[in-house]
Structure formats: C-alpha cells, structure tokens
Design a protein. Structure first.
Length: 375
C-alpha cells in the first residue's frame, strides 16, 4: 500500500468495532463472529499490515483513544473505523468519529459532517433537494391526524412510513406501505408501540412517496486514482423474489432477517433477493445521481447509495446514502456486506483493493491537515 509520496506507509491498524453493553457483557452479534474476524484478518495480512481488533462501546471510547495516543505517534497508526451505530440503539457511531477528529489520529470512513448528515433521514433528504439530487417527496410526521391529512394532500398515496433513524430495515414491514389514512394511522401506532417505540418516537417518523419500480444500490469509495477523488463502482440491481408482487419488493425487516412473524415465507428455489449488474443503458445515470448524492451529504471515505426507479416514467430517486456501510467480500454474508461483496465481484475487483484504497484515503486526509478533509 502506497501513500501519495514515494515512501511506503505501513501503519499499525486499530480496527474499531462497535459493541453494546448488556449488564457486564459486551456484544457485537453482527461483527464479532469467527467468520468476520477471519475476513478482517485476511484484509491486513494481504496488505502486510499489523493490526488489532478493538471493541468500542460508548463507555470505553475516550479511554481507548487516549491509550492509542499514548502508545503511538499519529503517523504510525491508523484507525479503521467500523463503528456505524446510531447510538439510539446502543451501538457507537457519531461519538467515535467526533472523538477521532479531536484526537488527530488518522482514521477511515465518514467524517462527522458526513455521518451526521446521513444518520437522520429527513435532513439527509433536505440536503439532496438543496443540491438538486432527486428524492421521493417526503415529510416528517409530528401530529396525528393533522399530518396524515396533509401528507395525503401534498404527497399522495401510496406512502412509506418509516423511522427517521433506522438501520438493517428496523421498523420496516409490509405494513409500512400505506394506501389510505386508516392504514397510515395504524402503522404509526405500530411504530410507536413496538419494540423500539420510545426511541423511534424520540428520533422521529417520516413518510415518503413509494417509488414503484426496480431498486438499485451503488458503492462509492474515495480513490485518489479516479476523477473527483472517488470511484463509483458499477450499479447493481437488487432483484427480488419472482413470487413477490411489486408492492412487496422492498427490504422489510421480517424477510431481511428471516423472521416470519408477520410475513409469509417465500417459495423455495430462489432467495428473497439477488444482485445483478444494472442495465448498461442505466449505468451512466445511476453513477451520476449516486455520486451527486454522495457529495451532497459531504461524503468522505465510502458509502452505499440506494436508488429506486419509477417503472412508469423511468425517473430515478435516491432513497438514502449509507455512510460507513458494512464491508465484506463475502457474498454469503448479511445484506449490507453481501451488497458490497456482489458489487466488487461484478466489478471484477476485490475487497483487498477496496480496503487499500480506504486506507490510502485516510492517509491522504491526515497528510492534508491532520484531520479528515471534507470534499
């Protein structure tokens, strides 16, 4: 791995992994698995870099950063930050980025500006509109039934009703898609009274017009060797099970996690979804809209951009930018990691090349002024 100068940069890598605490125990069920630990090891072995797995919680964050500062000079190490939590659900995220910025240590991925701009959905979508990036019409829901009536008049049905802060399809079910005021009111009640009800209510709820058509995802990653300093990988289409009607072709929590409490199991023989390269005639448009969305929210490091296309008109709409998205070359992993693995596979690239580019970007930003530089 080469920095922008001629000398080779071989830092020690501290891999910050998000954990939550349950009593006296730390847990990270999505990350702390034998298979993922082995994959992370393979990244840095391939790059000939020494590394450490560092569990991060909201409680130990500051102490951990201080220990790294005491142990090494900033230029001799880099933090590979996997902490992507929203902190509402107990996993660290924005606090990690702010702590790293204040420390002066080089680190990968999102800056605090980027992380903050993509944690809450409504401010993110407002940034899209400000920068001319198409996104479905949307609005916050604060009062029932007044806002329900307003949404019907201003946006129209069908609507998707979602938590403002949500990862891994939390709060999304088939009943999130509503076609009239009674179903909208019922879905709001379910969100407020559900497992994460109080936290969902505190973070906010919003609605956006449902885009009836195919869904795509794009990987955008900082890369000094590409125009604008970022590489836009080929867009892939998320192709849903053929038995699903159009109004069920989205990532609901139950089907995403194979928890069939409310939703019927799908016929055997094909997965809930799979990935394929988007049609050649759409690639340029998808790359353009996704890259503009990335920059609209002060993108740094890497992210996935989710886009849907209105089948009737062919219009593209950006749903969201996922900063610090899950990273894995394992095409059998959970959705976020599978998406990246499939994108890399279809782009004839590798996870090791992506990891090297992410580390080089951390070095370049640190060299610029010791802190991540917003593009």
């Amino acid at each position: 791995m080469k920095p922008s100068s001629d000398s080779e940069w071989l830092p020690e890598v501290y891999v910050f992994v998000p954990y939550t605490t349950r009593g006296s125990r730390m847990e990270s069920p999505e990350y702390d698995t034998p298979s993922y630990r082995a994959e992370v090891k393979s990244w840095f072995d391939a790059l000939n870099l020494a590394w450490r797995w560092v569990p991060i919680t909201l409680k130990n964050l500051n102490r951990t950063i201080e220990k790294i500062q005491d142990r090494q000079q900033a230029g001799d190490c880099v933090v590979f930050n996997l902490c992507d939590g929203d902190e509402i659900h107990g996993y660290p995220g924005p606090s990690v980025v702010r702590g790293l910025e204040q420390s002066g240590l080089p680190f990968t991925g999102a800056s605090s500006a980027f992380f903050d701009a993509t944690t809450f959905k409504v401010p993110m979508k407002e940034r899209f509109l400000k920068h001319g990036v198409p996104t479905p019409p949307f609005a916050r829901i604060r009062k029932i039934p007044q806002d329900i009536d307003r949404l019907a008049a201003e946006i129209g049905y069908p609507l998707m009703i979602k938590p403002e802060v949500s990862a891994a399809s939390v709060g999304i079910s088939l009943r999130s898609l509503v076609h009239d005021a009674p179903s909208a009111t019922a879905q709001l009640s379910r969100l407020i009274q559900g497992e994460w009800g109080q936290k969902t209510l505190a973070a906010g709820i919003f609605a956006e017009r449902f885009v009836d058509g195919p869904e795509f995802t794009m990987l955008i990653a900082a890369d000094r060797n590409h125009p604008q300093g970022v590489r836009a990988y080929p867009a892939v289409e998320r192709i849903f099970h053929s038995a699903l009607p159009p109004h069920e072709r989205f990532l609901s929590y139950g089907r995403y996690w194979s928890e069939y409490k409310e939703e019927a199991r799908l016929p055997a023989g094909e997965p809930f979804y799979r990935y394929s390269l988007a049609a050649p005639c759409l690639q340029e448009k998808l790359v353009d809209v996704s890259t503009r969305a990335f920059f609209a929210v002060s993108g740094t490091g890497y992210a996935r951009v989710d886009v849907r296309m209105e089948a009737r008109t062919g219009e593209l709409f950006v749903l969201e930018v996922n900063s610090n998205c899950g990273l894995s070359g394992d095409r059998e992993a959970s959705d976020e990691e599978t998406a990246v693995g499939e994108i890399l596979h279809l782009a004839h690239s590798t996870i090791h090349q992506l990891i090297a580019a992410i580390l080089e970007d951390a070095f370049d930003r640190f060299q610029a002024n010791g802190l991540p530089v917003e593009r």
